[in-house]
Design a protein around this ligand. Structure first.
Ligand code: ZN
Ligand code: ZN
Length: 290
């Protein structure tokens, strides 16, 4: 079994209203570690720390940070990004093997000087900035949110240390470490997974990152606002593939980050099952779900 960290932030919004209760079948597992922005003072729970301004300035322009500070989402954004940074640090310290980072507001539409689509700070980029300071040199990011990860691409466009493979609305390749893969409407699970196997898996094996980040948006699933036609079970198939890649190339160092998606039922159905896959808890059916 893997030791899996859950980094939970929830301040407002509809989609995470069933959490953390939907995690109840996981939190009693000895290999699952729960970090929470609110409830960390109880025994066996850990505090989740907000991102520091010092770290924010390594990724985002001061004017952009000031602009976010004026919004009502500033505190949520700090904790959202902070969870991803802390997940990476706990993996680096050897306390956990992999992680699922909830975000209220983040991640892949936040660039150096801009933000949109309810993404205020870029948690993956902040975690990579922190890891670089600790001597880590190579990173992979795979993005299966329905939309293009323009913020992440903006930050790492000229950064050879980051492989960025994004499944979105366009095809693009710089021939080395930045790729987009078009997912048309009415794509089946099999067609989507085939593209991940054909394009992402060989790329990540060749690139050999030391850490892998997965921007997990569920907005591509059927009925969501970025509907590409995939089923509610597709995220778990993706999780198995991406986890297997991380296990092979970077000793399982994988951080899944919640990106887009709006419906409560898909969040409550997929997220506990994805965490069970990360933690290698074989019987997903034992997980209590509403
Ligand atoms: Zn999206
Ligand atoms: Zn893209």
């Amino acid at each position: 079994m893997k030791r899996t960290g859950i980094f939970f932030t929830y301040f407002q919004g509809e989609r995470l209203k069933d959490f953390p209760e939907a995690l109840s079948g996981l939190l009693n597992k000895e290999n699952v570690f729960y970090y929470d922005a609110v409830y960390g003072s109880r025994d066996g729970l850990y505090y989740l720390e907000p991102a520091t301004e010092q770290l924010l300035l390594k990724v985002h322009a001061r004017t952009m940070i000031e602009s976010v500070r004026q919004t009502e989402y500033y505190e949520s954004a700090l904790y959202s990004a902070g969870g991803t940074v802390q997940a990476a640090e706990e993996i680096r310290r050897g306390k956990i093997d992999n992680a699922f980072a909830f975000t209220s507001f983040g991640d892949h539409h936040a660039g150096r000087e801009f933000y949109h689509g309810m993404c205020y700070f870029n948690g993956a980029a902040l975690a990579i900035a922190m890891l670089k300071e600790k001597g880590i040199k190579r990173f992979g990011i795979v993005d299966t949110d329905s939309h293009h990860g323009d913020g992440t691409r903006d930050i790492f466009r000229r950064d050879d240390s980051v492989l960025h493979v994004c499944f979105c609305d366009q095809d693009y390749s710089d021939g080395y470490h930045k790729m987009d893969v078009e997912i048309p409407h009415n794509t089946s699970d099999e067609e989507y997974l085939a593209k991940v196997k054909e394009i992402f898996i060989p790329s990540v094996k060749a690139f050999k990152p030391e850490y892998l980040f997965w921007e997990y948006g569920y907005d591509a699933t059927r009925g969501e606002y970025g509907d590409k036609g995939t089923s509610h079970d597709c995220p778990m198939k993706l999780a198995e593939l991406i986890k297997a890649a991380a296990d092979e190339v970077c000793q399982g160092r994988l951080i899944a980050i919640l990106c887009g998606g709006s419906t409560r039922n898909v969040a409550a159905y997929t997220i506990p099952r994805i965490i069970a896959i990360l933690a290698e808890l074989k019987s997903g059916s034992r997980i209590a779900l509403k």
